[in-house]
Write a protein that binds this ligand. Structure first.
Ligand code: ZN
Length: 282
């Protein structure tokens, strides 16, 4: 497996087998490691996706630098978040954070492909202090304009409107951010988080999405609308964003706990209680 080297031409050919082309608007989620080895690394993955697809959208994250705990005493219902023990601890966290703004490096947990994409000179970033989406290509501005500090998933709304695709390169639906939009439209996974937005200034950021570790439960339902191929060792899949949203909406309508885990200590519990509150008309 480690001897297998995937090159740019093979990547391009694989993406074309998925039916992608110049008109395609893709929300990309990718694992570099999934390919085995790629000649040129993450940069080659980005180059190939951009060569084939007219518009590319990716999730971004800078919260490792900008994020802070909830301040003492500020407890939102069903918010599943940690809190500073004292104002002194909170003030210290604010002082230690980096204020949100353009040019912050992408959080390491998001992987090499997301970092390489964010570093492309023509990529534009959303205005969100924790999760700025990134986009390049024909519809980039339209997508990115959809994001505001209070609408983290705004670009996914635009992706839906433009009838774009979700492109999973070696990752499962746990990485499929589009599912969170279906949750939020049903009143679930709407968390408040906290970020430093200027030196010494913190803000409460609403509508942040929650856990996704059970999202692969959706896979069998999406199989009929999924185009799939292997690129090197990478399982590459393309699913219409509207199909993802419709499928996720349907399972959550049937079961408020769908795609969530039963662990009481997990954020999944907060998301479920939010949905139950909506159903109870609270
Ligand atoms: Zn969970």
């Amino acid at each position: 497996m480690t001897d297998r080297v995937t090159g740019e031409d093979e990547l391009v050919a694989g993406l074309e087998r998925l039916g992608l082309g110049a008109e395609s608007i893709v929300f990309l989620h990718a694992s570099l490691r999934s390919f085995g080895r790629v000649d040129g690394g993450a940069q080659t993955v980005i180059t190939a996706v951009r060569q084939v697809c007219g518009t590319v959208l990716m999730f971004g994250a800078v919260g490792e630098r900008t994020g802070v705990p909830a301040p003492p005493g500020l407890v939102r219902p069903n918010n599943s978040f940690y809190q500073a023990d004292s104002w002194a601890a909170f003030d210290a966290a604010v002082a230690a954070a980096t204020p949100a703004g353009p040019g912050l490096p992408t959080d390491g947990w998001l992987g090499a492909v997301a970092a390489a994409f964010a570093d492309q000179p023509d990529v534009i970033s959303g205005d969100h202090p924790l999760y700025p989406f990134r986009a390049a290509g024909d519809h980039a501005e339209e997508l990115i304009k959809g994001q505001r500090p209070d609408r983290m998933l705004g670009p996914v709304e635009v992706l839906d409107r433009l009838d774009g695709d979700v492109l999973l390169l070696g990752v499962g639906h746990h990485a499929n951010t589009t599912i969170h939009l279906a949750e939020q439209r049903l009143g679930r996974s709407l968390f408040y988080r906290y970020a430093v937005v200027a030196p010494g200034v913190w803000a409460e950021v609403p509508n942040v999405s929650g856990e996704s570790h059970n999202f692969d439960d959706l896979e069998p339902r999406l199989a009929p609308v999924t185009a799939e191929t292997m690129i090197g060792n990478c399982r590459a899949r393309r699913i219409p964003a509207r199909a993802v949203l419709a499928s996720a909406t349907s399972v959550i309508m049937n079961d408020p706990a769908a795609l969530l885990c039963p662990d009481p200590d997990c954020r999944c519990g907060g998301a479920l209680r939010q949905r139950l509150a909506v159903l109870a008309g609270e």
